[in-house]
Design a protein around this ligand. Sequence first.
Ligand code: UDP
Ligand code: MG
Length: 322
Amino acid sequence: MSNGTTYSIIVPLYNEELVVNESYRRLKAVMDSTKETYEVIFINDGSKDATRKLAEDICKNDENIKLINFSRNFGHQAAITAGMEFSKGAAVIVIDADLQDPPETILDMIAKWKEGFQVVYGKRSKREGETKFKKLTSSMYYRLLKSMTSIEIPVDTGDFRLIDRRVCDALNALPEKNRYVRGLVSWVGYKQTSVEFVRQERYAGETKYPLKKMLKLAFDGITAFSFKPLVLSAYLGGSMLAVGFISLITVIIKNIVDGLSVLSLGVVLSANLIMFGMILCSLGIMGQYLGRIFDESKDRPNYIIESISYYKTADQKHELIG
Ligand code: UDP
Ligand code: MG
């Protein structure tokens, strides 16, 4: 056990003023019931509302709570990464702030950890209060990801999971940018299992994952673990080339036989549009990889911390650090 702390709970916060107090209340009730030592690490990912003030107030009254403030919004995955790097616990649990992941499930995860599992991920048996679009696209995406990668990324899981200190240290040693944490957890291996839970409705407020952020995360997942899109675009190019040759030979023969062109202008234009579309798609796929290589080569940090707040009880008095 590291530094005497048994559990570290990592909670990313982005404009969560409507949920942060309730989230704290539910987490505290669950973690107190373990009768073991714990720290809750809130990561304020550049919130523009009252999240920071509310989280600071919580820190002032509870020495188990720590708060990391980013200098701006770096994104959910960067927030989780910071939490993991800062955490001290023998087991580390990542959970969303909006109570869609029920804190009570942490107790089931802990039970599995005590049985000897080093990764316990939350598997969504049912999803409540989410749009049909989100459920459908997410289910399709996880299946696509599974078909494209050689490592076992479990379907229907998010970042709600418990990892052992050893797994956390292994993840912290990976230097890559544009992190897809749930994929990296599968990649590092160790003894893994799942616990099922019903994904709840968001407690309050709106999702902080608009389509743009969801797409970025989806591409991070695929590009970090698979070359298949590049291979597929090469196959596609090869097939188009073959079709092009066959059609060219057919047209020449037809022209020779009856002196007419079999291709109307419309057909030629449509074929061109399809081919240009495919070329641009392939370039786009390459761009997704290239952009990420660019990010790696710049080697900028995944996030910048503006301040860290927590109260320590040294000399029997509470003191604000950071
Ligand atoms: N989040 C974050 N930074 C962001 C977006 C989201 O820290 O840029 C946090 C957010 O506060 C929440 C978690 O990530 O605790 C998951 O976000 P959300 O619940 O909005 O996503 P959804 O459940 O709708 O996919
Ligand atoms: Mg949510």
